[in-house]
Design a binder for this molecule. Structure first.
Ligand code: SF4
Length: 374
């Protein structure tokens, strides 16, 4: 089983913290973009050896901006070249301001069976400085509207570690989400990425980033509260009720093959990684003319090892030591580091696998880098 990711590189406006690839002035070429993505689906139909898909994911950007006929064209191509079953998880990322009865009906008709909604915050000032296109009332009401219109597998995104977001406010956001009775929650710590508006705001001291202690407090509370009510904390930023863990992301973390379509989309086939140019006009112009619309790298044993460590530590599946040993022998120094991390309670071991404790999850990058092959 494998998955397809479609990157829809359009947004209404630029969120201050975002470093994903998208454009806000796309109306003149949206038709050409969809046509090129269809061409890419055709050209790369043999990239996945297994044509049976367990996941199709429309991300971006903002896929909830697409029109019915644009979805139809993309699904026609997907269904022509690949096989979907009744169990295939078909996800659309949607922003609260796009969740209307009309759009929900279109998404249902297209076959979407999972909604991933970018709520981010229930604090109006935060939505404003983040330049989100929606309001608190839209964030509050969109989930119920989606549920009333037949969506039974809903994930919501939240951001924590926001400047001036108190612990009390964060706890209130979590309670509001729990009251919504969603099946999945993704919560991300605000990070200040270079070349973002947020980076500029921090550099010019218009926004003060939150210290690590407050971010850790947000994270530890989130993990405990969600686990207390039955969510599985199956990846650092992801929580799902049993049976509602995202197949799409799990494919990435388990090292399964996936095909990424559209500008900036990444693909992986177990041997190499490939990514398309993160520029809408270059993607459209170069596609089909020569190979300059993408780059590719063959993964070395060192990269495969480091990826297994990084992704395994982030998930509840853990790092499989037998899988690592196939790539390279487990050294004495590796075992010594693992023993050190288990002694201070950051790493747990079970059945030849390594996992992070909640405390360890706060230091995931550091622990992973210590266990990498140089
Ligand atoms: S809507 Fe999503 S992709 Fe678009 S700018 Fe905001 S965070 Fe980035």
């Amino acid at each position: 089983m494998s998955g397809i990711y479609l990157h829809i590189p359009f947004c209404k406006q630029k969120c201050t913290y975002c470093d994903f690839h998208f454009s806000t002035s796309f109306h003149g070429y949206r038709e050409k973009m969809i046509e090129t993505m269809q061409d890419e689906l055709l050209l790369r139909k043999d990239y996945l050896t297994d044509k049976q898909l367990n996941s199709v994911y429309f991300g971006g950007g903002t896929p909830s901006l697409l029109k019915e006929e644009e979805f139809e064209l993309l699904f026609d191509s997907i269904k022509t070249h690949f096989t979907l079953s009744v169990d295939t998880e078909i996800t659309i990322e949607a922003n609260p301001d796009d969740i209307t009865i009309e759009n929900l009906a279109i998404w249902k008709k297209m076959g979407f069976n999972r909604l991933s909604i970018g709520l981010q915050s229930f604090k109006e000032e935060d939505l404003k400085w983040m330049n989100r296109a929606h309001t608190v009332s839209e964030a509050q009401n969109c989930v119920e509207l989606a549920q009333k219109n037949g969506f039974t597998n809903i994930s919501v995104d939240l951001i924590y570690g926001l400047p001036d977001l108190t612990q009390e406010e964060w706890e209130n956001h979590i309670e509001r989400v729990l009251n919504m009775k969603v099946q999945h929650v993704s919560a991300y710590c605000l990070t200040v990425e270079e070349k973002t508006v947020l980076h500029h705001l921090v550099e010019t001291k218009k926004i003060n980033p939150v210290g690590e202690d407050a971010q850790s407090e947000h994270f530890l509370y989130l993990s405990k509260r969600l686990k207390d009510v039955g969510f599985l904390h199956y990846e650092i930023s992801n929580f799902g009720l049993s049976g509602f863990e995202a197949l799409h992301n799990s494919n990435y973390w388990r090292g399964k093959a996936y095909l990424g379509i559209g500008p900036s989309a990444h693909s992986f086939n177990g041997i190499s990684r490939q990514w398309s140019v993160a520029n809408n006009s270059a993607y459209i112009k170069r596609f089909g003319i020569n190979d300059e619309w993408f780059e590719m790298e063959i993964l070395t044993p060192k990269e495969r090892w480091n990826e297994l460590v990084m992704t395994g530590l982030r998930t509840s599946f853990g790092v499989d030591l037998e899988q690592l040993a196939v790539i390279s022998p487990i050294t004495k120094s590796f075992n010594e580091k693992v023993n050190l991390f288990t002694a201070n309670g950051w790493v747990l071991t079970d059945s030849n696998k390594l996992f992070l404790s909640d405390e360890g999850r706060l230091k995931a990058d550091h622990i992973a880098s210590e266990l990498f092959i140089d």
